[in-house]
Design a protein around this ligand. Structure first.
Ligand SMILES: Cc1ncc(COP(=O)(O)O)c(C=O)c1O
Length: 436
């Protein structure tokens, strides 16, 4: 596509230093496989799957064709009181790869909407069971659950909360799970399972029967890949079970093979009551988010309403939009046919060994990683985030795209990566971070 874009003025960019960007723009104009090309014609290796979403790599013909076919067959269908076959087929396909009895899928357009849907479903579920007083949510420090009011309320990143008022009432937070003694632990750290007891402390303080749900990312992703200590998630599960609290895993980043299994719930062998997903759900090619719930949650809400009446007063104009569904079905076909989840699991030891071999570069204070997700933490500069932003810029100029959060650099390559791409990522990191 060619645009007569001789102005950068009117686009208000999200999570961006707009004034700096417009002085020194970084535009991607083409993408294929593992690479982007920028407006200066330079090739940039995609070390972050775009924004953790392009699991099958860029420019997948199969997805483009499926979406084009869907456009000409049925472009849009109203999701309230009407359906289209693709939505049922996608739900069947997702239920088949989701753990245990997480068999019912509710759709939105993003991770943020998936999270807010999960919170609302939790409240509706308890109300349908006659426990409508369960209104509190438990989140965690340093969590990221998107940017809508529910999501920022349960999240734990100060910059995403401080400008936006009071958020949802009744939300409380557990401590995050990073401890100094975990520095440079590859995979799950040994120390820290007892941090799950924060949930019990909140139960003791607020009363178990006031808490609707506890929401965590199995691996805290956006904040810099904080991997759960061994035993931590299992302990959360036990405390939730003891007190009738729903456990929600936000798998917007970890879903679809990032940990070497379909979901992180499979990798860590802990089954939550709901899983939120987005991003790689469509290979990042069209907006879509979803929340999967256990049979009992769906049945309780649906059976509580009188026959012929709407059971859950929630949904979006683009819930299970046909073209996004087509993209998702085509992405799932690629994941299955190319064995990408298994491939990620097989590449993971090489990827992690290569990233952890960067230990010793003076600017690096910690490295964390699991599956094909890793973070390199830099010693802060004069202000928090300044060093991370400088590293992001220099890496981009050296031909590598990473995601920076504060002074952490996140690596999350597409699952089609091979060892040569891992080598290219690590050589560029070594060269650029070594010179910081
Ligand atoms: C764990 C998690 N939840 C929710 C979201 C929000 O997703 P979206 O940006 O699609 O709203 C993100 C985005 O990075 C995420 O990482």
């Amino acid at each position: 596509m060619h645009y007569a874009a001789n102005t950068l003025e009117n686009y208000w960019m999200p999570f961006t230093a707009n004034r700096s960007f417009k002085q020194n723009p970084k535009l991607f104009v083409r993408a294929e496989g593992m690479y982007y090309w920028n407006h200066q014609g330079e090739r940039v290796l995609d070390g972050s799957s775009g924004l953790f979403c392009v699991a099958a790599g860029h420019g997948r013909r199969e997805i483009a064709d499926a979406v084009a076919r869907q456009f000409t067959e049925i472009d849009y269908s109203p999701p309230f009181q009407f359906g289209h076959p693709g939505a049922f087929e996608l739900s069947r396909r997702l239920a088949a790869i989701l753990p245990d009895d997480l068999n019912y899928i509710f759709y939105g357009n993003s991770g943020s909407e998936a999270i807010d849907s999960a919170l609302k479903i939790s409240l509706a579920y308890h109300r349908a069971r006659g426990e409508g007083q369960r209104m509190r949510f438990v989140g965690r420090e340093r969590a990221y659950h998107g940017v809508n009011f529910g999501g920022i309320s349960i999240s734990g990143m100060v910059r995403n909360r401080e400008a936006f008022g009071l958020g949802l009432p009744g939300v409380v937070h557990m401590r995050h799970t990073w401890l100094p003694e975990q520095r440079f632990s590859k995979g799950q750290p040994e120390a820290g399972a007892e941090l799950a007891d924060d949930l019990q402390r909140l139960v003791d303080l607020h009363g178990a029967d006031n808490i609707a749900a506890c929401v965590v990312e199995p691996i805290a992703g956006s904040v810099g890949c904080i991997v759960p200590p061994k035993g931590y998630l299992g302990r959360l599960r036990e405390i939730c079970d003891r007190h009738g609290i729903l456990l929600i895993f936000d798998e917007v980043i970890t879903g679809f093979g990032r940990t070497g299994k379909p979901f992180a719930a499979d990798s860590f062998e802990v089954v939550p009551d709901m899983i939120t997903m987005a991003k790689a759900l469509t290979n990042g090619n069209l907006p879509m988010g979803a929340v999967a719930v256990r049979d009992d949650i769906y049945e309780t809400i649906v059976n509580a309403a009188p026959d012929g009446t709407i059971e859950l007063f929630h949904g979006y104009t683009y819930s299970a939009c046909p073209v996004a569904v087509a993209a998702s079905l085509a992405a799932l076909d690629i994941y299955r046919d190319e064995g990408l989840f298994e491939r990620a699991g097989e590449l993971s030891p090489y990827f992690l060994d290569s990233i952890f071999a960067l230990e010793g570069i003076p600017a690096i204070t910690d490295i964390r990683g699991y599956g094909l997700l890793a973070a390199v933490e830099l010693a802060p500069g004069s202000a928090p985030g300044e060093r991370g932003a400088e590293a992001l810029r220099r890496l981009y100029e050296a031909g590598l795209l990473v995601k920076a959060t504060g002074d952490a650099l996140l690596l999350s390559p597409p699952l089609i990566a091979d060892r040569s791409h891992v080598d290219e990522i690590c050589e560029t990191l070594r060269k650029v971070l070594g010179a910081l």
